[in-house]
Design a protein around this ligand. Structure first.
Ligand code: TYD
Length: 230
């Protein structure tokens, strides 16, 4: 059982879709409203998961195969959920997470060629009931996303080298975009596809509207009073 009372929003999408900027803008807007917001990311987000992040993104686990990588992502996710996300939700916080379970479905499942059953079995153990209330999928063509990601790493100087997953072929990145859109189509109650080609403030306004919709009780339900016909 999740035992949660807060709101859990995950952000998904390909490289360079602007997830971290949009998460920051949403966190700022919600904090201005006096809400308690926790921003976190995957792989990582807790000390144990950050240790696994390094192994995964450096490519150190690549030689051991996609199955091994998927299990490591799940191990990291479980630590992150139990140490950080579930406690925050119990404290009624709004949790904004940069990538979560849909990234494993797409990167390890679809483009990593692992069976969906295997991925779903790992997910059940990893998240143990803590599923996002809402997932924002930032969508843009892979060519544009990769170009943006490359410019960003060149500018930050920390590492101009693409990570293990950024190195893959353009076709793979386009396949991931399709896979995120398929997930959204299959779970419309949870997922919102947001066009990430637009101006930053247009995107952030749409995301704030989506989040605000999740924070209010559904209109008309609580207050609904049947008309009395005499
Ligand atoms: P990160 O540096 O956080 O970049 P991004 O801005 O793209 O989120 O890198 C995370 C990488 O890990 C990214 O290429 C996607 C990949 N990943 C998976 O393959 N599976 C997963 O379950 C998660 C959470 C991430």
């Amino acid at each position: 059982m999740a035992n949660k009372t807060g709101l859990f929003i995950s952000f998904e999408g390909g490289e360079g879709a602007g997830k971290s900027t949009q998460i920051r803008l949403l966190a700022d807007a919600l904090r201005k409203q006096g809400r308690d917001v926790l921003v976190t990311r995957e792989p990582g987000g807790s000390p144990g998961a950050e240790a696994v992040r390094h192994v995964l993104l450096s490519g150190a686990a690549e030689a051991f195969g996609t199955r091994m990588e998927a299990i490591l992502f799940a191990a990291a996710r479980n630590d992150h959920v139990e140490e950080i996300i579930r406690p925050a939700l119990r404290q009624s916080k709004i949790v904004l997470c940069d990538r979560f379970m849909d990234s494993s479905r797409v990167y390890q499942g679809v483009t990593g060629n692992l069976e969906a059953d295997f991925i779903e079995a790992l997910q059940r153990i990893a998240v143990d009931g803590v599923v996002p209330d809402c997932t924002i999928i930032l969508d843009l063509p892979a060519t544009i996303g990769l170009e943006r990601a490359r410019r960003r790493s060149a500018a930050t100087e920390i590492s101009a080298e693409p990570d293990r997953f950024e190195k893959e072929e353009m076709q793979t990145h386009e396949k991931r975009r399709e896979a995120f859109l398929d997930i959204a189509a299959g779970d419309p109650g949870r997922c919102h596809v947001v066009d990430a080609l637009r101006a930053q403030d247009e995107i952030s306004a749409e995301i704030l509207a989506i989040a605000s919709g999740r924070l209010q009780p559904a209109k008309g339900r609580a207050k609904f009073r049947p008309e009395i016909v005499r």
